[in-house]
Write a protein that binds this ligand. Structure first.
Ligand code: ADP
Ligand code: MG
Length: 249
């Protein structure tokens, strides 16, 4: 296997990625937090492309700006400066309602802390977002069953989160994300709360999303396993993109 290292230009010039139009395009992104009179430059002139049906990772130490960057890409926060396009749509020009629609239709999320509703069963956790999208009951039931089957948790459908292991909870979260059939899945430290063996299984599952369903996967992590698994690794330091490694061969 070959690894091509790309050192991004300091002015945030275009970073080459594999063939095809990028599903996510980020240009000259800056984000500042203002805290007690201090300006924190959490994302500093980042330009990136995320190609379709690949696994990309954003890595870097704690505090390097990974979560801030993924939230800006998800449209959960608005950048101080710079541009984000998701599937050709310019996020900056969309109002809150249109951004919510874009998120619901095209993006799935997986979080470090799983983000399941504690009083609902696994099946209900997967079903609720589908209902919010206005999906009818029959289709919802089919989607929930299919998603649970896909992550290997059919027999845990009626368990609540506290009746599931961490790895199982994360599998429910993945099922919830994929039930809506999004083109893009964004995961922030998806293995962060799991032991390495369980993390490995979650990573295999995320990998299969790319291979079997053609999902564009973006994982933010400081887990070396994630770096080893990704097709493309972007490294952040102090909010700046310092290196991109593209695997091939
Ligand atoms: P990472 O996910 O890589 O650990 P973050 O994006 O969470 O990094 O944080 C990047 C920088 O921004 C850090 O210095 C952090 O302390 C700061 N930061 C993150 N969120 C906020 C916030 N809501 N208010 C102020 N500073 C923040
Ligand atoms: Mg983080």
């Amino acid at each position: 296997m070959t690894v091509k290292v790309v050192n991004p230009a300091p002015n945030g010039a275009h970073v080459p990625t594999p063939e095809g139009d990028p599903v996510i395009r980020v240009r000259n992104l800056d984000h500042f937090y203002h805290l007690e009179g201090e300006d924190i430059h959490a994302v500093n002139q980042v330009s990136l492309d995320f190609p379709a049906a690949h696994m990309s990772a954003i890595v870097g130490r704690s505090g390097s700006g990974k979560t801030t960057l993924i939230n800006l890409i998800a449209g959960l926060d608005t950048p101080t400066r710079g541009d984000v396009w998701i599937m050709g749509k310019h996020l900056n020009t969309l109002d809150e309602k249109a951004r919510l629609k874009l998120r619901r239709e095209h993006l799935g999320f997986v979080f470090q802390s799983f983000g399941l509703l504690p009083l609902l069963t696994a099946a209900e956790n997967i079903s609720v977002p589908l209902r919010m999208r206005g999906m009818g009951r029959k289709e919802r039931e089919d989607r929930v069953a299919e998603a649970l089957e896909w992550v290997g948790l059919k027999r845990r459908a009626h368990h609540r989160p506290y009746e599931l292991s961490g790895g199982e909870q994360q599998r429910v979260a993945i099922a919830r994300a994929l039930a809506a059939r999004p083109e893009i899945i964004l995961a922030d430290e998806p293995t962060g709360q799991l032991d390495s063996q369980t993390g490995r299984r979650i990573l295999d599952l995320l990998r299969r999303l790319v291979a079997e369903r053609g999902v564009t996967l973006l994982v933010v992590s400081h887990d070396p396993m994630v770096m080893a698994e990704a097709d493309i690794v972007h490294e952040l330091r102090d909010g700046k993109l310092i290196e991109t490694r593209i695997k091939g061969g």
